[in-house]
Design a protein around this ligand. Structure first.
Ligand code: ZN
Length: 479
């Protein structure tokens, strides 16, 4: 990718004595890229961290790898495996305009049937994946180059993702403010600096690897810039995440509404330390987990931070709130438009995370009049998109990704079919005696799903971390 060689420079102001980052001076290219990181679906964050060998937050990579390792039989269609594995992003086109494009989204493809007659009739079909079949039975694997969007009304309502040339001040804990020299002096005065004698300037180059490190560290560190640019960031452990657990795990959301259809999960607990050994669950619970990979980070933050305006998570909550102010983002407007691409319908537990309506496309072709070639002409018909999650042709069946089955989910969110799981070897491996094991059936509604989503990012024992919340019996975590 050409953008990988590109880098952005920012200037760090460092206190020589304490080796602390006081502030960074950055241009709009840096702030735009930070903004784009918040728009990445969690699955792409897992891929990005893996590619740059950065720390993986919480259990995200285990969840991602579970999708990768499960056989096709575990999914409703072939596309159902691809969708959470390579989640598409509604902003992928805008991201291409950025100097440093961090997005790993595979460009959206449009495929049609190899049989021309199928495409040229009114109501013909196209597919976003090359694994679906046409009504004639043929695989729809011909890349359609003559599909043309019918109208661009949706695009006009898109938010502005990047901004005009501007200067910003960014603090170590990722507060972002528009920068003017006078503000800088006042900021330093407020920190107790009367002159510049102790302040060092250091210009750092930020490529894709450093940007990924910034993102991952921001999830749990309050000194993100210093972690990445002044310290050996590899040394920082994930331990600070655990400290946050008790505060984030109970989101400030009203009780789940009665009408919610709850998913039931059987948890196998170790009584002595209330650690979840594993959970037995239907495809509905696994679907909920796999949905996490498709949700953009800013929507996750909106859910987890909820109405709790005071909650701080690493530096990312500062970044999220300040960028929302700078870009004047109305989250309500954002969720009305839909934050997921077409057909990426989300689990019932997250009613506000919606997918966009599929756009309509014209299929352009040359109508050939065989008896009178002079009457041949350019023609076009409206083609309809196929729902990639539906194994039935034409019907839009927006259920989940996973086929009916019983699965086992470990505490760190490794998912396997029940048939390939050995509870004996797990008990052996964790040195747990039979009489120390207790079964508990948990119902998952909206509130519990948000707790689990947060735990997936901020804890390496997501089920145990969530259980305190499920049980509504908060317990002090051992350090
Ligand atoms: Zn066909």
């Amino acid at each position: 990718m050409a953008s990988q060689s590109l880098s952005i420079s920012i200037k760090l102001l460092i206190d020589q004595e304490s080796n602390v980052v006081l502030l960074a001076e950055a241009g709009n290219d840096f702030v735009d890229t930070l903004h784009s990181l918040l728009k990445l679906p969690l699955g792409n964050i897992a891929r990005l961290a893996d590619k740059h060998q950065s720390l993986q937050p919480g259990c995200l990579y285990n969840l991602y790898n579970s999708v990768n390792n499960l056989g096709l039989k575990s999914f409703r269609t072939e596309a159902c495996k691809q969708m959470p594995l390579y989640p598409r992003n509604v902003h992928d086109v805008e991201f291409k305009k950025l100097k440093l494009n961090m997005d790993l989204t595979v460009p959206t493809g449009h495929f049609v049937c190899g049989n021309q007659h199928c495409n040229e009739k009114e109501g013909g079909l196209f597919s976003y994946y090359d694994t679906q079949r046409c009504s004639c039975g043929k695989l729809m694997n011909v890349r359609a180059t003559t599909l043309q969007k019918c109208d661009a009304i949706k695009d006009e309502t898109d938010e502005v993702l990047y901004m005009e040339e501007a200067m910003f001040f960014v603090t170590d804990d990722l507060r972002v403010m528009q920068g003017f020299p006078g503000d800088l002096f006042q900021f330093l005065l407020n920190l107790g600096f009367k002159n510049a004698s102790r302040i060092d300037e250091k210009v750092v180059q930020i490529g894709s690897k450093q940007m990924t490190d910034l993102l991952i560290h921001s999830l749990f560190s309050k000194t993100t810039l210093a972690d990445v640019f002044l310290r050996n960031h590899g040394i920082v452990s994930c331990a600070p995440m655990l400290d946050e657990r008790s505060s984030f795990i109970a989101p400030n959301v009203n009780e789940t509404a009665e009408k919610d259809v709850k998913t039931r999960v059987k948890m196998m607990l170790r009584k002595s330390d209330r650690k979840v050994l594993y959970a037995e669950a239907s495809e509905k619970f696994v679907d909920l987990l796999f949905t996490f990979l498709t949700i953009p980070l800013d929507s996750v933050l909106e859910l987890v931070l909820g109405a709790n305006g005071n909650l701080t998570l690493g530096s990312i909550s500062n970044l999220f709130r300040d960028l929302n102010t700078i870009f004047s983002i109305s989250n309500q407007q954002n969720s009305q438009l839909g934050v997921l691409p077409p057909f990426y319908s989300c689990a019932n537990e997250f009613p506000n995370i919606r997918s966009r309506d599929p756009p309509q496309f014209y299929y352009r072709y040359t109508f050939i009049h065989h008896r009178c070639p002079r009457r041949s002409r350019e023609a076009r018909v409206v083609n309809k998109p196929l729902d990639p999650k539906s194994p039935m042709l034409i019907t839009t069946n927006s259920s989940g990704y996973v086929a009916k089955n019983t699965f086992v989910v470990t505490d760190d969110l490794v998912v396997n079919p029940l048939s390939s799981f050995s509870s004996i070897s797990l008990l052996k491996g964790t040195e747990t005696s039979f009489d120390d094991v207790e079964q508990k059936v948990i119902s998952i509604g909206g509130v519990e799903a948000i707790a689990l989503l947060g735990a997936c990012l901020w804890s390496s024992s997501a089920l145990s971390a969530s259980l305190n919340f499920f049980a509504k019996k908060p317990k002090q975590e051992p350090l």
